[in-house]
Design a protein around this ligand. Structure first.
Ligand code: PHE
Length: 352
């Protein structure tokens, strides 16, 4: 038995000589120290030996095991060093290769589109007026002619920020950019209450609605609102201005149409569609076979709203409109899910 162990050790160490790479080393480990190796079968057979023989054989087998394990460890280090030396010799660094490009950040697609809209409106004489995102019920609804409990509020479910102790005037995240109309008019009319100056502004920014998030609706989105107030402004000015905007944004040939609609803060109210730029009006999946795409809501500023802004509705008139930059981008680029915008996925973002 002891001779056999000597032989096992000698054979194992001999065969280790020729091992030169990690795969061969692993094969050697399995063959010499694995469950069905000759050494392990000695251990397995210990039980069959006589009481006198067992201690000596057991001890010798253990010594062989320790010897093989330390030989394995030593060889493993040698194999690793050899592999490193080989790769250092073969894979030389080419310092003349051009470097990797730096990934430069850019504006979010929604911001890019928002700025396109503002650029066009600026060319048409609209100044940017930024207004707050946390609003009072008063500004977001009541001053805009949505009385308390008015059913039109249903379309704009709200995130309330503070209700305690505020009675009928809780704080909420603005559901549209329209409260900026009131702020801008009040600011302007306070400067000269007898003769408030004309206004031509664009109100951009994030709006928030308490919605179920789906492919078509998000809880946050941008709007750009336009407001023009002055003497003698008519519905013809509204149509001309918005048709001009559509040509500048979607191309000189873009056809538009106005459909009657309802908003509490405009009267009359309308929605503007543009002829579908995907199918040219023939009908397709993007326009849902109607040939038209809804682009914005608009209307003549309601007398009550003018009054609330400090403008005498007998003397002044005005028009307002509101549109969604994300929606425009979705139509333009056939993006079928609004959740991409705030999903923070670079694979989406880097396409813009
Ligand atoms: N505030 C309206 C909305 O969010 C859009 C709108 C703005 C309509 C201005 C008319 C005039 O739905």
């Amino acid at each position: 038995m002891l001779d056999e162990l000597n032989q096992i050790e000698k054979n194992a160490l001999d065969s280790l000589q020729s091992v030169a790479d990690p795969a061969a080393l692993e094969a050697w480990r399995v063959a010499q120290l694995g469950r069905s190796s000759p050494l392990m079968s000695v251990f397995a057979g210990l039980g069959k030996l006589s009481k006198e023989e067992r201690p000596a054989v057991g001890q010798a087998a253990n010594q062989v095991k320790v010897a093989l394990e330390s030989a394995l460890e030593e060889k493993s280090a040698q194999v690793k060093n050899a592999a490193l030396a080989k790769s250092l010799a073969e894979e030389k660094l080419d310092v003349t290769l051009p470097g990797r490009g730096v990934n430069i950040g850019r504006l979010h697609p929604a911001t890019q589109q928002l700025r396109r809209v503002l650029d066009i409106l600026a060319e048409m004489g609209f100044q940017v007026y930024t207004s707050r995102e946390v609003e009072s019920d008063d500004m977001n609804f009541q001053a805009l002619n949505f009385p308390l409990h008015h059913p039109a509020r249903e379309m704009q479910d709200s995130f309330y920020v503070e209700t305690q102790g505020r009675g009928d005037n809780p704080l909420l995240m603005r559901t549209h950019t329209s409260p900026g109309q009131i702020r801008a008019m009040r600011e302007a009319s306070a400067m000269n209450p007898q003769n408030p100056p004309p206004i031509r502004i664009a109100l951009p920014g994030m709006c928030f609605r308490y919605e179920q998030i789906t492919a078509r609706s998000e809880i946050q989105f941008n709007q750009v609102e336009g407001l023009a107030v002055g003497e003698g402004i008519t519905f013809a000015d509204l149509k001309g201005t918005l048709a001009d905007f559509a040509h500048r944004m979607f191309g000189q040939d873009a056809r538009v149409r106005f459909r009657a609609s309802y908003f509490p803060f405009t009267e009359p109210s309308a929605e503007m569609d543009i002829e579908c730029f995907v199918c040219g009006g023939k009908g397709c999946g993007v326009c849902k076979n109607s040939g038209w795409l809804e682009i914005l809501g608009c209307g003549m500023v309601h007398p009550v709203v003018l009054q609330n802004g400090g403008y005498d509705p007998k003397r002044y008139t005005g028009f307002a409109f509101g549109m969604g930059p994300e929606r425009q981008l979705m139509l333009r680029n056939k993006i079928n899910d609004i959740r991409y915008f705030w999903g923070n996925d670079v694979r989406f973002l880097e396409q813009f």
